[in-house]
Design a protein around this ligand. Structure first.
Ligand code: TXA
Ligand code: MG
Length: 351
């Protein structure tokens, strides 16, 4: 299949520029598009033909449900069986934006979209291209991240092209996304809201609005928790992973640098290709391997925005061994570490 790539200026574009994309969606085709979090791979959420194509293009297991993207709250009546009061408060505070809510689903939503579950994930994105695509097509857009299953999520059109070119109808290139991590997922189908995936909207931001919020115990911490099944099916899969063997080193700045230098030298002496994931503040401290800065420690946002790009870079470099610094667990750092630990297959060293 030929994948058509169109460029749009996300800040300023005409309706006509995305007309063809809307036509594709209406005919159950697939269009990748930018959102404020990561690029999504969109298809009609209410038609199982489209969701079947999404699973095939991504190589994704079909028990892993999709998020339905809407552009106005009216649409919820077709999708959510009930909208609890706490959900209304959260929507008032964070929609449109990087928060996905889990509701009990209506009969109209096909099980192919929800991976067989009686609940459905819904998000109202704030990105102008995403919003216009939904409203102009009149399609509720099912959209997982537009990457091959298991690879880092795409934060630029180039990443989507790398993974999905030839497999989908169109890619809308709207430049780099702003946030760079997927939306926070909150289950509001029970009395106390539960975070199923950490993201830009943090636990304390949610608690400011609705009081007590729980975190799904299956959310990946340092060690994988056995016998606990993640409520978001996608959280159980190995994710975001570069091809090389990745290790995160945690400890004081000096200890981390000397441990990474030691490990890197060892592997280089064995003839292996080594890369280091450092930050603007620390990159000078590494003596071996290819050193890449992920962003500045002064702005967590730059680290989040650079994470997936650098993980993909590791593959372009052909890194066989990757050593990464770690980040503090508070605020956005929690969401960053959640992705990094998964990328490293839980391989963490304390020094
Ligand atoms: O920021 C985002 O959310 C991006 C952009 C494109 O909007 N989308 C995204 O979709 O990250 P995806 O498919 O890569 O991740 C969706 C996650 C998966 O972990 C899935 O298991 C979970 O949401 N999920 C979807 N529906 C669910 C449901 N009914 N109950 C629990 N988890 C659900
Ligand atoms: Mg994904």
């Amino acid at each position: 299949m030929d994948t058509k790539i169109i460029k749009v200026n996300s800040e300023m574009f005409e309706d006509s520029e995305i007309e063809e994309a809307c036509e594709i969606l209406k005919k159950n085709g697939l269009v990748a598009f930018p959102t404020e979090t990561v690029y999504g791979l969109g298809g009609d959420a209410m038609h199982k033909e489209a969701s079947a194509k999404i699973y095939a293009a991504k190589g994704r297991p079909s028990d892993n449900p999709l998020i339905v993207h809407i552009s106005d709250r009216e649409s919820l009546k077709d999708i959510a069986k009930e909208v609890p009061q706490k959900a209304v408060k959260l929507m008032d505070a964070f929609w449109p934006g990087p928060m996905t809510l889990i509701f009990k689903k209506t009969d109209k939503v096909p099980y192919s979209t929800t991976g067989g579950l009686d609940t459905v994930a819904v998000r109202m994105p704030s990105h102008p291209v995403a919003r216009e695509l939904i409203s102009q097509s009149g399609v509720y857009i099912a959209a997982p991240s537009a990457n091959t299953s298991g690879r880092p999520s795409p934060t630029k059109a180039e990443h989507v092209i790398e993974d999905l070119s030839g497999k989908i109808d169109m890619i809308i290139d709207g430049g780099s996304v702003g946030i760079g991590l997927e939306s926070t997922i909150v289950d509001v189908s029970e009395e106390v809201p539960v975070i199923l995936r950490p993201g830009y909207i943090t636990k304390s931001m949610l608690e400011d609005i609705v009081g007590e919020v729980k975190v799904d115990p299956a959310i990946v911490g340092e060690t994988p928790k056995k016998n606990i099944v993640a409520k978001a099916p996608g959280m159980k899969y190995r994710h975001y992973a570069p091809k090389g063997d990745m290790t995160i080193v945690e400890g004081s700045r000096e200890d981390v640098a000397s441990k990474i230098n030691e490990l890197a030298k060892q592997k280089i002496d064995e003839g292996c290709k080594v890369a280091i994931i450092a930050t603007d503040e620390t990159k000078e401290e590494y003596k071996y391997g290819i050193v890449k800065s992920i962003g500045s420690r002064k702005t967590e946002g730059s680290i989040a925005a650079g994470l997936y790009d650098i993980l993909r870079d590791m593959d372009h470099i052909g890194a066989q061994y990757i050593y990464a610094e770690s980040f503090s667990d508070d605020r956005l750092g929690g969401a960053i570490m959640n992705r990094m630990i998964k990328a490293a297959g839980h391989h963490l060293i304390h020094v």
